[in-house]
Design a protein around this ligand. Structure first.
Ligand SMILES: Nc1ncnc2c1ncn2[C@@H]1O[C@H](COP(=O)(O)OP(=O)(O)OP(=O)(O)O)[C@@H](O)[C@H]1O
Ligand SMILES: [Mg+2]
Length: 444
């Protein structure tokens, strides 16, 4: 986003405050400058008129033949030039002098001076340039004192220290603004981070409920929400466990009754079905138990975990060893629950080996905040219409029904459950070159 329309709250607030600060400073500076210019003009005009009058007086005291010399010795302020001539430089036909100069210069003071100081004649006129005033004062004996008055341009930034102090003050105020805004918006960032953590791990630690009132209230509300989510998940898991547990007794009873059946064929079938039900319940209970254990999230070397999962799968099926491969970095650290993560990956690798006859695990380092794992095999894949439905509990495809390798149909739902609890997901895709790929994403 550009500098002038930042997306962050801190950026926007800082921009508004800084623009406000600049406007206030510019206005303050302008008021100061105008005031200063006014004052300067008044002071300069006073000085010019006093000095002109002083020159006039000095010349009056001097005999005409020495006036040139005296004038040359006089030290005049900038903007004032004086000469002693036979003729006036101001002539009645000239344009009028600039009004502000007349007002400030106060020629009329000359005319109200005591008689012996009063010039015989005064002519004032405008000069060749605007802002210039010519005044010619005639001596009683001979000659004219010609004055050329030009107000030097005002210097509003007269003092350097003032400017430096002003810039420093502005910079300090800007720095303070940026700091304050960052500090004030930190709780929002913290809240976002906490929400993100909760998405990856329901058991993430609660937010500290301190700080300003609004922040503490938001943190408390967030913690209450997290607690409710935790309780909701916990209640559901507990319910699953309770149902599974309660089903065990009637199944045991049914098994005992089935043993008493006379029909051999029926008895074998019923006992097999009951066996399957028991396996399903066992898997359900195992899952519920693991869920309830609330394993903490820790920094984990995912690359090492992937290799362990593959090694253990190879150990379990020695004849598949040369059809198991790993591709990826040596190390990749990630926050995760180790036992759960291992279980999810082992399910995917187990499926690839059981139904695809091979397993290749590809670990891709974090890219745009996402770590990807693909588990590929060279088997028959899954019909496109079943790619999602196999994630339903106990959902197994017909082809794998009668295999002795077949499990209970909880592997994929459990894997997805675990990965989603980490803020990630898993989906299945048929590979164009044949076989299935289980694609795992995890937040880095
Ligand atoms: N790599 C694969 N290739 C072909 N079919 C697969 C593959 N992975 C899973 N399936 C199909 O999806 C079904 C569900 O898999 P899932 O892992 O959930 O259960 P399972 O492997 O049958 O049992 P469990 O994993 O609980 O021991 C499997 O029965 C199988 O039919
Ligand atoms: Mg499985």
């Amino acid at each position: 986003m550009s500098l002038f329309s930042p997306r962050s709250l801190a950026g926007r607030t800082a921009l508004v405050l800084l623009v406000g600060l600049v406007l206030v400073q510019v206005a303050g500076l302008t008021i100061h400058a105008l005031d200063r210019v006014d004052l300067q003009r008044l002071q300069m005009a006073r000085e010019l008129s006093q000095r002109s009058f002083a020159v006039w007086r000095a010349m009056l005291m001097t005999p005409p033949e020495r006036r040139h010399l005296v004038l040359a010795d006089l030290d005049l302020p900038p903007g004032l030039r004086a000469s002693y001539d036979e003729d006036p430089i101001a002539r009645p036909g000239f344009p009028p002098p600039p009004p502000p100069l007349i007002r400030l210069f106060r020629v009329e003071n000359m005319m109200s001076a005591p008689l012996r100081l009063r010039p015989r004649e005064v002519i004032i006129a405008g000069g060749s340039r605007p802002g210039v005033m010519l005044a010619s004062l005639r001596f009683a004996d001979i000659g004219w004192l010609n004055l050329r008055v030009e107000m030097p341009p005002p210097r509003p930034w007269h003092s350097e220290t003032f400017l430096i102090a002003f810039v420093l003050m502005t910079l300090a105020a800007a720095a303070l603004t940026l700091w304050a805004v960052r500090r004030l918006t930190r709780p929002v960032r913290d809240l976002a981070a906490a929400a993100d953590r909760l998405g990856r791990d329901v058991n993430a630690p609660p937010l500290p409920e301190n700080g300003p009132y609004e922040v503490a209230t938001a943190a408390r509300a967030f913690n209450t929400m997290a607690e409710r989510i935790r309780r909701f998940v916990g209640d559901r898991t507990q319910m699953v466990a309770a149902i599974g547990h309660d089903l065990k007794t009637p199944i045991t009873r049914l098994k005992l009754r089935a043993e008493l059946l006379d029909d051999d064929e029926q008895r074998t079938k019923i006992l097999a079905d009951l066996e399957e039900m028991e396996a399903m319940i066992g898997a359900t209970l195992a899952f519920a138990r693991d869920e309830a254990a609330a394993e903490p999230s820790v920094p984990l070397d995912l690359a090492a975990l992937c290799r362990t999962v593959l090694d253990e799968a190879a150990d379990a099926r020695p004849d598949f060893t040369d059809r198991i491969a790993y591709e990826g970095p040596e190390h990749l650290t990630l926050r995760a629950r180790p036992v759960a993560m291992k279980r999810a990956l082992a399910n995917l690798v187990g499926n690839a080996l059981s139904y695809g006859g091979s397993a290749k695990l590809i670990l891709e380092p974090a890219n745009a905040g996402v770590v990807r794992i693909a588990v590929e095999d060279d088997g028959p894949g899954v019909p496109p219409s079943e790619l999602e439905s196999v994630f339903q509990p106990f959902r197994r495809l017909e082809s794998s029904r009668n295999r002795e390798t077949g499990g209970t149909g909880l592997g994929l739902p459990i894997a997805r459950n675990i990965l989603r609890a980490h803020g990630g997901d898993v989906v299945l895709r048929n590979r164009p070159e044949g076989g299935l790929a289980a694609l795992v994403t995890l937040p880095a």
